[in-house]
Design a protein around this ligand. Structure first.
Ligand code: ZN
Length: 252
């Protein structure tokens, strides 16, 4: 992401280097798709019976679980439970989500923050809801009321500018309160485990800031080498995450 708390639009993930003309064409296609999907949303509002957005399967994974062998044991001073949601027929799979979340948890562990459980919810919803678009995604979050922070794995974004991954904290959700403390990961996201750790750090710190420090997770560009958080970032992450009710002191 992310849209920052100051209303600036910062590019979180690198430009993929397409020629400008191709990229522009792609952008126009996305805008066109957004118009079509929003028109369909209005037209379809009367067909209430087919409009359900609901959890059809829900599973919880614990660090000791054989299903999450890479997840670090909870040994931090602070902890939280992470909720992941994905849509049926969106190209995402439960095992892939678990691997991404486990990778992200390992990165956040450097701040003495542990993920004590990962809950994965599979969502059934009409096709248009499987994309990130503020008016539609607000409906999704409002309908599901999943625990926060919530990470939604979607097909793509219909937002402009289009970010591969986006995080919404408290400061940038005043006009869309349903989306507070959520992360939206598209299938175009590279290095998704690192990207998720980056977006969760935005949410926990309630900050859209990027920094230039070498190898830092909060550099604007997400790469496999950029995974570090400095002492000040960790302190802010723990303090703000706790005061916003997203983290709790560890029980151990
Ligand atoms: Zn960012």
């Amino acid at each position: 992401m992310m849209r920052t708390l100051r209303g600036q639009a910062l590019r979180c993930l690198p430009d993929r280097g397409e020629p400008a003309t191709l990229r522009n064409m792609f952008t126009r296609c996305k805008q066109f798709a957004a118009v079509l999907l929003l028109a369909a949303a209005c037209a379809g509002a009367q067909a209430a019976g087919a409009e359900a957005i609901e959890v059809v399967e829900r599973r919880t994974f614990l660090p000791a679980s054989a299903h999450a062998p890479g997840m670090p044991p909870p040994s931090g001073t602070h902890e939280f439970s992470l909720t992941l949601a994905y849509f049926t027929d969106s190209g995402w799979r439960e095992d892939v989500l678990l691997e991404i979340a486990t990778h992200a948890a390992g990165i956040l562990a450097q701040c003495s923050v542990s993920v004590t459980s990962i809950e994965i919810a599979r969502i059934a919803a009409p096709q248009r809801y499987r994309y990130f678009a503020t008016p539609l995604s607000r409906q999704v979050a409002r309908a599901l009321q999943l625990p926060r922070p919530t990470v939604y794995f979607v097909i793509d974004t219909l937002q402009q500018p289009a970010y591969d991954a986006e995080a919404i904290g408290r400061g940038n959700s005043r006009t869309r309160p349903e989306l507070a403390d959520t992360v939206w990961i598209t299938r175009a996201t590279r290095d998704p485990g690192i990207a998720l750790a980056h977006e969760l750090a935005h949410v926990l710190m309630d900050s859209g800031e990027h920094i230039e420090e070498a190898l830092n997770l909060m550099r604007a560009e997400t790469t496999p080498a950029n995974t570090r958080l400095n002492a000040g970032q960790c302190e802010r992450l723990r303090a703000t995450g706790t005061s916003n009710g997203l983290l709790r002191p560890a029980k151990n």
